[in-house]
Design a protein around this ligand. Structure first.
Ligand SMILES: Cc1cc2nc3c(=O)[nH]c(=O)nc-3n(C[C@H](O)[C@H](O)[C@H](O)COP(=O)(O)OP(=O)(O)OC[C@H]3O[C@@H](n4cnc5c(N)ncnc54)[C@H](O)[C@@H]3O)c2cc1C
Length: 696
């Protein structure tokens, strides 16, 4: 080891220097004799472990000088130690080291005396060379340490390389695993597809190249058409097939046969005649109402109609008066009627109850049927549709004048047919409605249907008549249905191609060249509205001061010719001008008849005060519902051609048509296959109807 001597003048020690002067070199070392560090301790020179190389030449302090910090002894301390506390700390550390080293070497001597090789002592904080020289292992230890250092470096490098390799190896293993799993999955898929192909042939559908669009045309936007559109759209959802539903309605508004077009414009009478004024009756059952409620669309009867008192007119007198519903009749009226018709009145009231209870099950059912006969069997009403009304009336003890004077006019008004023509179910439906028919919806019925159309996302084309229906070959060799369409007021006819066509409602003219069996026959109805400034002629109706708001003429030879074919004359309500506080412009009456009513006829009982008359012919108003057994017709007429109207072979009501439309909607969805019901969340929210039932 080279001994270094600093020749520059050593700096003077300062008591409390402001900044340590680290730039100054350490003080020169003066070689001294090896003396015991601790009085009585071992001397290095005498130790068998004394360094064999160059001897230790570092400073040697006496114990007294190390702990002394006064100025007189300051010269014996290292002059570059700047602070007292630092000096003390250093001195203490030195002392501790010396003491421990001395103790250690004493122990080494003892161990060496027994022939053991001691380990190298490492002293934290001391320099390597100092430690080595102190321990007497400077040369060998240095080499060994150098070797170890090189070895550690190598290990580190090797470790780093190994880590990378390991990462790479892990990645390769992961990829191999994935590949194996993919191969296994592919193998399973190929195996299953092979088995399926062997078993069922086409059970493995080829993936479509692009989303196929199925076009469904619905003829008629009455209850059946709307319900078919709504049910089809909500019960079919497919990733591969998109539905395009188009509703064609020949009239300017939806709602079907019981909704008239606005008869009187507001400008002429100051009050718009609501479409439903023609029906003005409660919708018989409750299925449509329940369906609407399920969708958060609650509607209620807006108000009681004035036509709650019914008079039966035989040409000379009003022979009987009833109140609707019968339960609200006064005991005096009951007494008069019971005296006249005995128990027939009560028995007739009870007649529809049992049959309609069973029928309501059909209305609430969500099952799908191919044929109407399956429907009637499943609901347990095949007996009621096969039994004649006359047999049922006599079995229930209804007879005598009651049938001729009360029941017949009631049934004629409801069904357009005579008692002898009807089945038990048809007369029950008519009588039930007759007893409830005391309130109206005043336009909200059409709005309810409109909401269903919106929810179905079907395209509605009003004032578009389907003039013909043909099955034609398409370019790709398939067969489709071609509808010829004509807009109201236009002579031009356009054609459109559809995959499926649903004829919703009575459309015998469209179907007659396609479908002959189980045809549904209809009777027409004429609706006449008249506005008069005065009430009906009292003298004409028997001279009574109090003319009932609804008159049902009893059709017989005794009836005057003016009333021939007339089923009903009803007071609907007052018509007002723009100022509702002003006096009413006139009174609105409605006449239902099986033939057109002339102005002379109307003037005979309406008087000279009649202001306006409007007549509308409702084609296919009443289906003929005679008692039938066995077959009633199928909902599917041909491949891709469906008919809801077959349900009308058993009866006619909004609810029954609604159920028929639902059934066909489900059948079409089923025939399209692969469809799954749309989630409730997918269906757009329906507009809420305010409590009074009127929507803005
Ligand atoms: C005066 C009257 C009052 C009634 N009152 C009640 C009552 O109070 N309660 C009750 O439950 N039932 C009542 N009904 C019966 C009820 O109206 C029917 O049962 C119901 O309307 C039948 O519905 P639908 O959809 O099957 O047929 P429809 O209502 O007849 O609907 C068929 C639709 O198809 C349209 N259409 C037909 N042919 C074509 C074509 N070629 N192109 C385009 N469109 C076409 C028609 O214009 C019509 O809108 C009443 C019936 C009448 C006549």
């Amino acid at each position: 080891m080279t001994k270094k001597t600093f020749t520059s003048k050593p700096p003077q020690y300062q008591e409390n220097p402001s900044e340590p002067d680290t730039s100054l070199p350490p003080p020169p070392y003066t070689p001294q004799e090896t003396t015991p560090l601790i009085p009585g301790g071992p001397s290095y020179a005498g130790s068998s472990y004394a360094p064999s190389g160059p001897s230790y030449t570092g400073p040697s302090y006496t114990a007294s000088s190390r702990f002394s910090d006064n100025s007189s002894t300051a010269g014996s301390l290292p002059s570059h130690f700047p602070r007292r506390n630092r000096t003390l700390r250093h001195a203490f550390r030195e002392l501790r080291r010396d003491y421990l080293l001395a103790t250690y070497h004493r122990a080494l001597d003892a161990v060496a005396a027994r022939g053991w090789r001691p380990p190298t002592l490492r002293w934290p904080g001391s320099s390597r060379s100092q430690r080595s020289s102190e321990c007497g292992h400077e040369v060998d230890g240095g080499r060994r340490r150098e070797r170890v250092r090189v070895w550690v470096k190598g290990v580190r490098r090797w470790g780093r390389v190994g880590e990378e390799k390991r990462r790479k190896r892990r990645r390769v293993i992961l990829c191999c695993n994935l590949l194996i799993w993919v191969l296994v999955a592919l193998g399973i898929a190929v195996f299953i597809s092979g088995r399926w192909a062997n078993e069922g042939g086409d059970r493995w559908p080829a993936p479509p190249e692009r989303k196929e669009t199925v076009r469904v045309g619905i003829v008629g936007a009455g209850p059946a058409g709307v319900s078919a559109a709504y049910t089809l759209s909500t019960s079919f959802k497919s990733k591969d097939v998109s539905l395009e539903i188009i509703l064609f309605e020949q009239k300017a508004s939806i709602g079907g046969r019981m909704v008239t077009n606005h008869a009187f414009p507001k400008e002429r009478l100051g009050r718009e005649v609501h479409p439903e004024d023609v029906a003005s009756g409660q919708i018989g059952g409750n299925s449509l109402r329940n369906r609407a409620r399920e969708l958060g669309f609650d509607y209620r009867l807006e108000k009681k109609l004035i036509a709650d008192e019914v008079g039966f007119f035989n040409g000379q007198d009003i022979v009987a008066k009833l109140t609707r519903p019968m339960d609200e009749m006064s005991w005096r009226t009951w007494l008069t009627l019971v005296l006249k018709y005995r128990f027939s009145l009560w028995n007739a009231k009870q007649l529809p109850k049992g049959t309609m209870k069973t029928f309501d099950k059909l209305l609430e059912s969500r099952s799908t049927f191919e044929r109407v006969s399956d429907m009637t069997k499943s609901a347990g009403i095949d007996g009621a549709v096969g039994l004649g009304a006359v047999a049922r009336l006599s079995a229930n003890g209804v007879g005598g004048d009651y049938i001729h004077e009360v029941l017949r006019p009631q049934v004629l008004r409801q069904t357009g047919q005579y008692v002898t023509e009807l089945s038990d179910l048809a007369i029950s439906m008519g009588l039930q409605r007759e007893d409830q028919c005391s309130a109206g919806y005043r336009g909200s019925f059409a709005r309810i249907l409109d909401n269903f159309v919106q929810r179905s996302r079907a395209e509605l084309r009003l004032s578009t008549k389907v003039t013909s229906l043909k099955r034609e070959l398409t370019v790709d060799g398939g067969r489709s249905w071609v509808l010829e369409l004509q807009k109201t007021g236009h002579s031009e006819v356009k054609s459109e191609v559809f995959d499926h066509v649903i004829v919703a409602g009575p459309s015998s003219s469209l179907l007659k060249h396609i479908y002959h069996d189980e045809e549904v026959f209809y009777r027409d109805l004429f609706v006449t509205f008249l506005v008069s400034t005065k009430e009906l002629d009292k003298k004409y109706f028997g001279g009574s001061d109090n003319i009932p708001s609804q008159i049902l003429p009893i059709q017989s030879d005794r009836l005057r010719s003016d009333l021939e074919g007339i089923h009903e004359i009803s007071y609907v309500g007052d018509t007002f001008g723009p100022d509702l506080n002003a006096e009413a412009v006139g009174k609105l009456y409605r006449i239902l008849s099986d033939r057109s009513v002339s102005r002379q006829q109307i003037l005979a009982f309406g008087g000279e005060a009649v202001l306006e008359i409007y007549e509308e012919n409702i084609e296919h108003a009443y289906p003929l519902t005679w008692p039938r057994n066995g077959k009633f017709g199928e909902f599917k007429l041909k491949d891709g051609l469906w008919h809801t109207g077959v349900v009308e072979t058993i009866g006619s009501s909004v609810e029954l048509s609604w159920v028929g439309g639902e059934n066909v909607g489900r059948l079409v969805a089923r025939s399209l296959g692969r469809g799954v019901p749309r989630k409730q969340a997918d269906i757009p929210k329906m507009k809420q109807v305010p409590q009074n039932g009127i929507m803005k």
